[in-house]
Design a protein around this ligand. Structure first.
Ligand code: SF4
Length: 356
């Protein structure tokens, strides 16, 4: 019988939880301190022909700075596309490590910096390349599709890389070609894709420590208290939470829902860093964080990624000043991973999901 899913060993899962709890917190800065740091960073960005590419989940001070300086605030798909098309000499990626690695693999001639290269992701940690390679080798007739939230080494094994912004379209495309698929690493996104496309995949059982925490019972209670609120859910959330959603999709889809829907109130099940952009585009709408703390008060992330929170103005300034946090990728790995990354961007550009 074919093995349908590959569970993460308990020890590895425990290590990931421990790392998340130990992620360092950054100091809270006064407005004056922020203004001074921002001014210094702006000067260095100009002098170094550098741009900031920030994810929707990082601190709003970084998102606003990226916007003020000709950079980009986006999801991981647009971040990858923008980095590849930018003519800056240096790209500062404010996000987590796999985003920096993706930027480097697409633009090896550019210097790619990150405020803290230790900022990682539970999906990346939960899919070690050696074990994943063994799993794939057991199923040589399968097409290997991996989520962008993986290491360069895992991408080098893959036939396709996808993000939550294009996964449905790419898997549908592969299904139409009659291909059998190995999916890694997010189990909930895999569930959702199977449900939406009707395809059955061999799945790695990783999870995002932020989205995995959203709780159904408490979400139902919140819905009762706010009967007019629409529920927006990222598909890295558990299937029972996704079932309660009015809109399911990538960060970009959820932001667009707040902006374009006539409703005034939204319950949002994704990292609360996204509220900055939602509030900017729809300042009069009310946003509520979907509950993460259950009746036993267990919450590891409380709707904010501890690794995204490692990006701040102080370490952003240091990385530009001292060239700390440079991302490097082994050239042989880069060349192996590049095919699947290029395919993803070409598919997304042709499908109108990102700029050509
Ligand atoms: S929010 Fe989840 S998927 Fe995103 S970087 Fe953090 S752990 Fe990874």
């Amino acid at each position: 019988m074919t093995q349908k899913a590959m569970d993460i060993p308990t020890q590895l899962a425990a290590r990931i939880d421990k790392l998340a709890l130990e992620a360092p917190s950054l100091p809270v800065l006064s407005e004056a301190e922020q203004a001074t740091l921002k001014a210094e960073i702006k000067t260095l960005l100009k002098a170094q022909n550098a741009q900031i590419v920030a994810h929707f989940y990082v601190d709003e001070a970084l998102q606003s700075l990226a916007e003020e300086t000709g950079g980009l605030v986006a999801d991981s798909l647009e971040m990858a596309n923008f980095g590849a098309q930018s003519d800056a000499d240096t790209i500062v990626v404010c996000g987590v490590r796999f985003m920096g690695e993706t930027a480097k693999m697409l633009s090896p001639e550019k210097t790619i910096l990150m405020p803290d290269i230790e900022a990682t992701c539970s999906l990346d940690l939960g899919c070690p390349a050696d074990e994943f390679a063994e799993f794939c080798a057991e199923h040589p007739d399968y097409t290997v599709v991996v989520y962008a939230n993986t290491s360069a080494e895992v991408k080098a094994i893959a036939d396709w890389v996808v993000t939550s912004g294009n996964a449905l379209q790419i898997v549908t495309h592969l299904k139409e070609q009659g291909q059998k698929i190995i999916w890694a690493p997010d189990r909930h996104l895999g569930d959702w894709i199977e449900k939406e496309t009707g395809i059955e995949m061999l799945r790695w059982q990783g999870h995002c420590i932020v989205h995995d925490e959203f709780k159904t019972f408490e979400l139902k209670q919140l819905k009762e208290q706010h009967p007019n609120a629409k529920v927006l859910v990222h598909p890295e959330s558990p299937a029972e939470v996704v079932e309660l959603a009015d809109v399911v999709g990538s960060t970009k889809v959820l932001i667009n829902a707040v902006k374009t829907m006539d409703d005034q109130e939204f319950i949002v099940a994704t990292d609360l860093g996204i509220f900055y952009k939602m509030q900017q585009l729809a300042p009069n709408k009310t946003l509520l964080v979907a509950p993460t703390t259950d009746r036993e008060a267990a919450c590891k992330s409380c709707a904010h990624c501890p690794w995204m929170a490692m990006n701040g103005l102080q370490n952003l300034l240091s990385c530009l000043k001292d060239k700390t946090g440079e991302i490097l990728v082994d050239e042989a790995i880069r060349l192996k991973a590049l095919g699947s990354l290029d395919k993803m961007l070409e598919f997304s550009r042709n499908a109108g999901l990102v700029k050509k």
